[in-house]
Design a protein around this ligand. Structure first.
Ligand code: PHE
Length: 355
């Protein structure tokens, strides 16, 4: 029995892993284990022999069990120590770069435009993209059969057979928001409305959907001079350099007088630079709001007057960020977006800079 004890306790102490321990347990205490077989022999012993051998075997069994349990705990501790040494986490390490999206230049420029004009006291107004014929045309002094209606290449909505109203349209400009804002807020009023507009047109500088920002300022004594100042301030802040403007007499049904506005630019080696040189680039339509438009908005034209303008946002983005083809704006090509897009945290503000 002493031999047995020595051998098993020695082998248990030297067991390399849990599997070896289990093999030893079976060899000693399993059904056919050496200790178990001895215990079975107790039956054939004389009572005297049994009295000695019985407790001794039981004690050996207990010793072996205890040794196995102690060794198991030691092995587990060792394994845990090894893991703790191996698998540690350096929480001071810089985080792994995660890919994240980019802000589209149209969104960025919309934010920039809004930041500049909000600083001048304009609030942001909105209107629907599916617009009634009245808001898009009639209220803006473009009655039925007015030639300006056909010039706009309008998309018309499908119409139910029994519906005898003129069909709704995808708004061809942001100007209907002038009427909505006047109706909702009355005068005096200073709003801008950035948003999507639609015309059936497609080439390098035209897409069927594009973006405008409408401006409207109504008060008792607003003049063309205020319009010119606002626009010059706007362009200089937006482009970050003094930008000269040129007002050319023009015609829009909803403004009288009307002016198209060009900004100063240079054309060198096929690229346009704003704020230098002796070239001009048309960027917007504007004018003094037509009395009929004020009336349609529920405002008395003998008391109130003001200016309105409409700028192409996509055109501004192309100019400011040197983007050559408008169509690429709407291709959803990720390579293009990674190149021309903006980091999500680059939110334009006047104090933080507009890029
Ligand atoms: N709505 C005009 C257009 O889309 C632009 C404009 C707006 C002109 C406001 C004058 C006043 O072309």
């Amino acid at each position: 029995m002493n031999d047995l004890r020595k051998r098993y306790l020695g082998e248990i102490a030297g067991a390399a892993d849990e599997a070896a321990l289990e093999r030893l347990r079976v060899a000693a205490l399993g059904k056919k284990g050496e200790v178990s077989l001895r215990m079975r022999e107790l039956g054939g012993m004389t009572p005297e022999e049994r009295q000695v051998a019985g407790p001794a075997l039981n004690a050996l069994k207990g010793e072996i069990n205890a040794a196995i349990a102690a060794k198991r705990t030691a092995l587990e501790d060792e394994a845990l120590d090894a893991r703790l040494k191996e698998e540690w986490l350096d929480v001071t390490m810089p985080a792994r770069q995660r890919p994240h999206g980019r802000i589209h230049p149209v969104s960025q420029v919309t934010e920039e435009v809004t930041a500049v004009l909000a600083d001048m006291g304009f609030s942001v107004a909105e209107g629907p993209q599916i617009e009634s014929d009245w808001y898009n045309f009639d209220a803006l002094n473009m009655p039925d059969h007015h030639p300006a209606r056909t010039e706009m290449d309008t998309f018309y909505m499908a119409q139910a057979a029994e519906d005898d109203r003129p069909p709704h349209v995808l708004r061809t400009h942001t100007s209907p928001v002038q009427i909505r804002a006047l109706q909702d807020c009355g005068a005096p009023l200073r709003i801008i409305c950035p948003g999507r507009v639609y015309r059936a047109d497609y080439d390098q500088t035209h897409t069927p959907m594009f973006h405008q920002v409408e401006g409207l300022a109504i008060d008792r004594d607003i003049s063309m001079a205020n319009l010119k100042w606002v626009l010059e301030e706007f362009f200089s802040a937006f482009f970050g350099t003094t930008v000269k403007t040129r007002f050319r007499a023009s015609h829009f049904p909803f403004t009288e007088p009307s002016a198209e506005v060009d900004i100063q630019c240079s054309w060198k080696g096929g690229t346009v630079k704003v704020g230098e040189g002796d070239g001009w680039l048309e960027v917007l339509g504007s004018g003094m709001v037509h009395p009929k438009v004020l009336e349609a908005g529920g405002i008395d034209p003998s008391e109130w007057q003001g200016f309105a303008f409409g700028i192409g946002i996509d055109r501004l983005a192309m100019l400011k960020y040197g983007i050559p083809d408008l169509r690429a704006f709407f291709d959803s090509d990720l390579r293009w977006l990674r190149h021309y897009g903006f980091a999500p945290l680059d939110v334009p503000t006047l104090h933080g800079g507009l890029q």
